[in-house]
Design a protein around this ligand. Sequence first.
Ligand code: CTP
Length: 395
Amino acid sequence: MIKDSHIVLGITGSIAAYKGADLASKLTQGGAIVDVVMTKAACELIRPMTFKALTNRPIHTDMWDVAHEGISHIELAKAADAVLIAPASADFIAKLAYGLADDILSATVLATRSPIVIAPAMNVNMYENSITQENIQKLKDRGFIFIEPAEGHLACGDVGRGKLADVEDIIGEMHKIIGRSGPMAGKKVVVTAGGTREPIDSVRFISNLSSGKMGYAIAEAARDQGANVVLVTSSQIKCPAGIEPVHVQTALEMRDAVHKACKDADAIIMAAAVADYHLETPFKNKIKKKSATLDLNLVRTPDIIAEVKGDLVKIGFAAESEDINKNAKAKLKKKGLDLIVANDVTQDAWGFGSEYNKVTLIDPEGNVNEYPVMTKRKVADLILDWLTSSPKWVK
Ligand code: CTP
């Protein structure tokens, strides 16, 4: 959704201005048209030419530029799908809170009707100062969206909250905001990811090779199309911005989280590799190696997706190493799914841990669509294309 969207990126006088270059670059690489608007203070910290080279667009620094034929701040304000100010200094936030418009960036903000996203970055004392906090609250009350700064070592030597949020998190948030009017807007999608961990004793567990990448790609793709996404994950990968994570470890924890999240969901996409067996009662202490062999009494875990009831669309995966389509069709039927995504997990070039996957989509009507190897993100888009055009979703 961010592709071809028009983002006005405001850079203000914070030492984190250099991180704005990374933002400009990544948004441009994502296909957005990025118009950078810089305050005078920002130009002291980083040169406009950096942004010009990264965005391949003219850079706006002066409201009184006679060489420009139109009225820059009004043109920018109207064209924007979103205005992002990152980094936003304490001074600039104060300016916005009072509706001042004496430079090209503040005038653009005042003139736009698009969502305005602010990512503050400043010294911890400046951030925590009640004046700044009051200004932030004032803007939040007016509908400005804030991306909280992170805690850590600040350029001034202090330690505390004030670091610009992670560039990846800011980009994730922008995807969500731009996607708000997408085809999945107003819908709730539950996605699962990762291999579950079933404890044996206090230090050991049974798990599998699933990295969680496929589920995360689906969660991001659904977010980008405007869905409210709940990601039930046993993976160690950081949850992308704009997605609600529910961290679990075991199949039973995943089952509880999925059932809770599915109560008001429109779809469940179960990409997790759930353990089929677990120890009903794991050993409390570390097992000592007393004998030559060790018998573990494993019992079946519940089939989470088969148990999900209700009118939501159910999509499962079939991890197969032989008779792929035949086994996948049997699972589709047995689990009462609307779609199964079959994949061959014997190939290193795709599947577990890889950025790629090769899938076949099979539905209960007997349609079998086999696809070539593609990135997991492309597979995610395919699945969501199927989902958003399925009769159960459209109804
Ligand atoms: N699944 C589930 N609960 C389980 C096991 C699997 O919800 N206890 C889901 C998976 O997330 C996946 C689908 O069911 O969407 C198929 O999982 P897969 O591991 O391929 O098959 P299993 O049902 O476990 O059968 P088998 O291991 O015998 O192939």
